[in-house]
Ligand binder design. Structure first.
Ligand code: MF3
Ligand code: CO
Length: 247
């Protein structure tokens, strides 16, 4: 779980390209396109940047991207039938492999004008990530991260999804440790210098109760409330964390 200099360098490249593609995909989003159009654009960008998609065929996952719209929390399947409309919020989750090393990041984008409440939820997901960063240092624990994320989300009257967590990342997409978006200070896995973790708050506007659709993948809220997702890979260093999925 602690990475060598050489490994960090490769993961850094994977992460930089992954975020670059995510930003490019964010730019094509507009009313009238389908979530499958986003998948097609991603295919082109993966080729252009000479990285492999990390999710395709991972445990049988059938696409390169997860595109989760509105009440879909994570693992939304790109679809030619799913046409984006004004007021939607779209989370794109993407992973890239460079020379055998993984990266993973996600963000939630508005389609046209969205409600004030949904805009705030997207901001709170991002800000909950920013707020935990001071605790992403050697000697702290995953529970310290989760505790800060959970408290900030609750303070803002949103809910944290507890059924899925962040994770270590490296030669595999999901490595030790799990990084929950909830918890207690001083508990959980110990953070060490040169570990790399994906921190990914998934939050909902009402209840955090979720279920999986019959397609076996897509996670949706039970009450139909909308959900936002934000994810970055972070390198743990003495002097403070380095966000790797950054451009
Ligand atoms: N960011 C997601 C995760 O960490 C991506 C996995 S999607 C999958 O779980 F399809 F590949 F499973
Ligand atoms: Co992830």
């Amino acid at each position: 779980m602690v990475k060598t200099k050489e490994e960090i360098e490769k993961i850094r490249v994977a992460c930089r390209i992954c975020k670059l593609i995510l930003i490019e995909l964010g730019k094509i989003l507009k009313e009238g396109i389908t979530t499958y159009d986003i998948e097609m654009q991603a295919e082109k960008l993966f080729k252009e940047h000479k990285v492999a998609p990390a999710f395709k065929d991972y445990r049988g996952y059938p696409f390169m991207l997860c595109v989760s719209v509105n009440e879909e929390v994570v693992h939304g399947l790109p679809s030619k039938e799913k046409v984006l409309k004004e007021g939607d919020i779209v989370s794109i989750d993407i992973g890239a492999i460079y020379e055998g090393y993984y990266s993973d990041c996600a963000d939630t984008f508005p389609i046209g004008k969205i409600s004030v409440e949904h805009k705030k939820m997207i901001d709170v997901a991002r800000e909950s990530f920013n707020r935990c960063l001071s605790l992403v240092v050697p000697g702290k624990r995953t529970g310290d991260i989760g505790s800060v994320i959970e408290a900030f989300v609750k303070q803002n009257k949103f809910s944290v999804v507890k059924d899925f967590t962040g994770h270590g990342i490296g030669k595999e997409l999901h490595e030790y440790p799990d990084v929950p978006n909830f918890g207690k200070h001083g508990t959980g896995a110990l953070l060490k210098e040169n570990m790399i973790i994906a921190i990914e708050p998934m939050i909902t506007e009402h209840s955090a109760s979720v279920r999986i659709l019959d397609n076996g993948w897509t996670v949706i809220t039970n009450d139909g409330g909308f959900s936002a997702h934000y994810e970055n890979c972070v390198l743990i260093k003495e002097g403070g964390p380095e966000i790797l999925t950054k451009n």
